[in-house]
Structure formats: C-alpha cells, structure tokens
Design a protein around this ligand. Structure first.
Ligand SMILES: C[S@@+](CC[C@H](N)C(=O)[O-])C[C@H]1O[C@@H](n2cnc3c(N)ncnc32)[C@H](O)[C@@H]1O
Length: 220
C-alpha cells in the first residue's frame, strides 16, 4: 500500500479507512498532479505532500457530516468544486452519498468527469454551470450543501438557499476568520446548528466547520 497519506496522519481522523480507500485517494491525487501540469487546474502548488494535506483537510469534516446526515443516501452539492475538493474524497469514502459537483470553469469540470470515469465513481454528478443557474434549475433538491475556499460565508449561504430542501443543512469549512464572517450573516434567516473546531494532522492552522440550517424558506 502507498503509505504517504498514512504517514501524513490520515488515519488519525478516525475514519477507519481501508487500503482500497487510500489507494483511490492516492489515484485521485495522482490524476490531479498529472492534469495540473498541463491545465493549471488548481492554485494548490508545491510538493505533492502539500496537495495531500489539502486532501486530508477536505475529509476532516466527514465525522461531523456523518453525525448530521443520518439518512442512508443524502444528496449533497459541492459549490465551486475546482479540482474536486472536498467532494471527490468524500464521494470515495461515502459511496452511498450522492455528490453533485458544481463548477463554472469547463477545463475543471473536464477533469472532474475524467476522475469520475477513472475511479468509477458512480455517486458523483458534475455540472459545468454557475451555482446561480443550478439554484434556478434544481431548486430545493439537496439535503446538504458544502464548499471549501469558495466565497465568504454570507454569499455562500445566499447561493445555498435555493438549492436546499427545507430541512437541509449547510456545511461551511472555515478558518478562524469565521467569527468576522458570521457577523455578516442575518441570524433571522439562519440558525447556527454547530460550530466545531477541527484538528488537521500535520497542519498548523485553525479550522472550523460551521453547520447552519435555513430559517427563511424560499417561497414555493
Ligand atoms: C478557490 S477555488 C476552490 C476549489 C476547491 N473547492 C478547493 O477547495 O480546492 C473556487 C472555485 O469556485 C469556482 N466558482 C467561483 N464562483 C462560482 C460560481 N458562481 N459558480 C460555480 N463555480 C464558481 C471557481 O471557478 C473555482 O474553481
């Protein structure tokens, strides 16, 4: 087994990964590195290990998501997926969850489609669209929405609302600036369900996962 993700502490997340999971995650990273050289897909630069840490960062949220998403096959939208974080690693580790990756830039969605085929990920759908457009075409269809490094919290929530089912949840992956960003959110419209500090093995940055649910519902 390739042990680089293991040596970076991926097993410390308590996700009970099997060797096949690790191999699939590594294959995804390999493909990302290969495509990046040609298509300049992501701003993530530097050594392979730095890309690996971004992947580990993406799945630290999983134990919390599992606590909240208790139905067997939730539909989850990842807004501004870019090169596939966090949606692809989540889809690899949660084959029963349905992930919709929404990304405006076509060369990025071409990569995401390639990964779908290469890894045989039947539980992902890739939409080459702006989030605003999907909000109109597929309104109220998602049990949850997530994003990483997409936009500020208030804007993320505004873009998420049309996509969510009435009892849906937003998972916002944030750094310590979350307090400032929370001040810009109208708390008459949203309820903060959880605010969880996350420890990322080998990464000395503060991370938080905010879980919010809409109070303001869209008119039917
Ligand atoms: C900084 S990247 C983050 C990518 C990925 N989530 C990650 O963590 O590596 C933000 C992505 O959001 C996409 N994006 C920005 N606004 C968008 C919109 N309104 N609709 C769809 N995609 C959008 C950009 O094309 C870009 O790929």
């Amino acid at each position: 087994m390739n042990n680089e993700l293991v040596s970076l502490g991926i097993e410390d997340l308590g996700l009970n990964l099997n060797p096949e999971n690790i191999a699939d995650l590594e294959l995804f990273l390999q493909e990302m590195g290969r495509w990046n050289q040609v298509h300049n897909l992501t701003a993530i630069e530097g050594e392979q290990n730095s890309i690996r840490l971004h992947l580990i960062d993406s799945i630290t949220v999983l134990p919390i998501m599992r606590q909240f998403l208790t139905d067997p096959g939730p539909s989850i939208a990842d807004l501004g997926s870019g090169g596939g974080l966090p949606a692809i690693p989540i889809a690899i580790l949660q084959p029963g969850w349905h992930l919709t990756l929404i990304e405006a830039i076509r060369k990025k969605t071409a990569f995401l489609q390639h990964v779908r085929g290469k890894l045989g990920l039947k539980n992902i759908q890739v939409l080459s669209e702006r989030v605003e457009v999907v909000g109109k075409n597929q309104s109220g269809q998602f049990d949850a929405v997530i994003s990483r490094a997409f936009t500020n919290l208030a804007n993320f929530l505004e873009l998420s609302l049309p996509l969510l089912k009435p009892e849906g949840l937003v998972f916002a992956m944030k750094a310590k600036r979350a307090d400032e960003e929370l001040q810009d959110v109208c708390m008459d419209d949203w309820r903060l369900v959880a605010d969880v500090p996350l420890k990322i093995p080998n990464l000395a940055v503060e991370r938080r996962l905010l879980v919010l649910s809409p109070v303001r519902k869209l008119p039917l």
